[in-house]
Write a protein that binds this ligand. Structure first.
Ligand SMILES: CC(C)(COP(=O)(O)OP(=O)(O)OC[C@H]1O[C@@H](n2cnc3c(N)ncnc32)[C@H](O)[C@@H]1OP(=O)(O)O)[C@@H](O)C(=O)NCCC(=O)NCCS
Length: 169
């Protein structure tokens, strides 16, 4: 399908929430709070990059990727990718990949050090994400904690996602 990727606008907030809730309904690993996480990150001013994929024929939002600051002792600014959601009828058509790649490009241009995430290595490996020795996130098996450094890889350290990931209801 054809789609365009752009930054979220205020008028998109409700549609992003609905899309996120629907996408995670059938996901293998879901907390059910993903839409609330996006909302709470935004309210906290922590949704530093929020990209939507839009069907230009209908203006419908078919995908969304959120990025928020990470707490870590690694030097520079690190951002967490997630939630990442694609309309269930359009999954596996390239929307998610395009959102991830667009986010990596924008964050590189913003001077970020890199991106971390918790997710399936079988999916995120294609973008350059991998588990790293020393990289860890409390409560998550190391295999699923992955990072991508935009410049020289640092000495990998533990990371913590924004509190909204734990408090959202
Ligand atoms: C996971 C998700 C974001 C991927 O986006 P997408 O647009 O469907 O995926 P793309 O079209 O970019 O990529 C398709 C490729 O990824 C693979 N893929 C898709 N979802 C996958 C998953 N959950 N695990 C492993 N591989 C996956 C497909 O097999 C396909 O591989 P191929 O190119 O070798 O054939 C999307 O399926 C989704 O919204 N899922 C529900 C919510 C979710 O799980 N979000 C991620 C949480 S970490």
């Amino acid at each position: 399908m054809s789609f365009v990727i752009r930054n979220e606008e205020v008028a998109d907030h409700a549609a992003i929430g609905e899309l996120t809730a629907a996408a995670f309904l059938t996901a293998a690993h879901a907390s059910g709070t993903e839409a609330a996480i996006v909302r709470d990150l935004r309210v906290a001013g922590a949704l530093v990059l929020s990209l939507v994929a839009v069907d230009p024929a209908t203006d419908e939002i078919v995908g969304h990727a959120g990025f928020s600051p990470i707490e870590t002792e690694m030097p520079g600014h690190w951002f967490g990718l997630g939630p990442l959601s694609v309309n269930s009828g359009l999954q596996r058509t390239g929307v998610g990949s395009a959102l991830v790649r667009a986010g990596l490009t924008q964050l590189t241009n913003m001077g970020a050090a890199g991106v971390v995430l918790v997710g399936d290595p079988a999916y995120y490996g294609r973008f350059g994400f991998a588990a790293r020795p020393g990289l860890a996130c409390e409560g998550v098996p190391d295999l699923y904690v992955q990072a991508f450094a935009f410049r020289k890889p640092p000495e990998w350290c533990p990371i913590a996602f924004h509190p909204a990931f734990f408090t959202a209801k």
